[in-house]
Design a protein around this ligand. Sequence first.
Ligand SMILES: [Zn+2]
Length: 87
Amino acid sequence: MKCPNCAQENRASLKFCRKCGRDLTLPPAWFPGWKWHLKTLSWIYLVIIAGFFTLSWLLHKLPPPYDQRRIPPEMTPWLSPHKIPAP
Ligand SMILES: [Zn+2]
């Protein structure tokens, strides 16, 4: 049996690696391949993008004045610092 840690060849009856002492009775660790990453990341991006459009659509359905997209400049004077707001 090959050690999953150091690749040392060990007898099948051994419970621990001769070289590094790793427990050989444990199953080898699972390492996902690039297909798993592609599938998982695709689902994550799909959910995020679909969620964004769903939330955006729901926010556009709000009644006035919550549906407005433009914030009055007197509420955000830091966005137009060169204009002096009217008193
Ligand atoms: Zn080993």
